[in-house]
Write a protein that binds this ligand. Structure first.
Ligand code: 48F
Length: 282
């Protein structure tokens, strides 16, 4: 039998949260905003590269768009070579031919998240990123608020958020491109996100990876957020481009922080690190 008091439980939670927050979250190498396929891949690989990594998700649950594969059917598809990322995480894949693979959505979410946890990623859930820390010429972290606080009655809206610092921030917020949008309001040359274009699977998968880049010093735009920023085509319920974009974002972050490009990651996966030169605008 245990003899656990109520205040012992409370004190344990409070102390553990504060310790974790101040030691592992407050001042990190990489903050990934969004925990969809791109965000989780970015966080997993950043941590595996030895970077102190925090992933922030406004929802109670992590996983973003991975929970369903289209039309609410829980089967996710990925195109080669992104199947290797899922194989690394232990996800069972079925070969659907022509370089297409399919798996259970639940298995993909849970095993990717487990892989990110094993790599040492810290997750802040129910947390909305309201803003970035923006100094003269670089982004230096994010401004956060409890997501439920966003839904408080208007007389409570004067509640101020708090800030956490990181060397690199990755905008993996999906269709909303939240951080790029915020930056575009304040810096010339940053495109106002226009939303994605109509469906074209192959081209969208390619461009999602190509458009993932450091859009401003300290801010990397990745995955659907990059696609939406430049109005590139949507890809529909296929997640390979998102996983590869997340991996590329992690490698770019590593290169920026450590000054060295990445070798030997991802078991033979090769991703070009060049910034997008053909932008899909107008
Ligand atoms: O939408 P989401 O899954 O983006 P992604 O990782 O992948 C896109 C695909 O799921 C899908 C697709 C086919 O591949 O078309 O759309 O690029 O994940 C984005 C996550 O970011 C969270 C949001 O709740 C979601 O889980 N998010 C968005 N804005 C914020 C945020 C914010 N301000 N603060 C915290 N989390």
């Amino acid at each position: 039998m245990t003899n656990i008091s109520e205040i012992h439980v409370t004190k344990t939670i409070v102390n553990e949260f504060l310790d974790d927050f101040t030691q592992n979250i407050l001042d990190s190498d990489v903050v990934v905003v969004g925990s969809g396929p791109c965000g989780v891949a970015a966080a997993k690989y950043s941590a595996e590269l030895g970077l102190k990594t925090v992933m922030i998700e406004r929802n109670l649950y992590a996983g973003g768009g991975m929970w369903q594969g289209g039309y609410l059917m829980p089967k996710n598809t990925v195109g080669a070579p992104a199947n290797k990322i899922l194989e690394e995480c232990g996800v069972n894949l079925k070969d659907a031919g022509n370089g297409l693979y399919v798996c259970d959505s639940f298995e993909m979410v849970s095993k990717m998240l487990a892989s990110a946890c094993n790599a040492g990623v810290k997750l802040l859930n129910s947390t909305n990123v309201d803003d970035i820390i923006l100094k003269d010429d670089h982004v230096e972290g994010v401004v956060i608020q409890w997501f439920p606080a966003k839904h408080m009655p208007s007389f409570m809206t004067c509640m101020d958020p708090i800030a956490i610092r990181s060397k690199v921030v990755i905008d993996a917020t999906g269709h909303d491109s939240v951080l790029v949008k915020r930056l575009s309001e304040q810096r010339s040359g940053i495109p106002v996100p226009k939303g994605c274009g109509s469906l074209w699977v192959d081209e969208a998968e390619k461009q999602t990876v190509e458009l993932t880049h450091e859009i401003y010093p300290g801010l990397i735009v990745a995955g659907m957020s990059a696609t939406s920023t430049y109005g590139a085509p949507r890809m529909g319920p296929i997640f390979g481009g998102m996983l590869l974009a997340g991996k590329k974002a992690a490698e770019l972050a590593h290169e920026k922080i450590m000054g060295a490009s990445v070798k030997g990651m991802g078991k033979g996966l090769k991703i070009s690190h060049r910034a997008p030169d053909v932008l899909v605008t107008e």
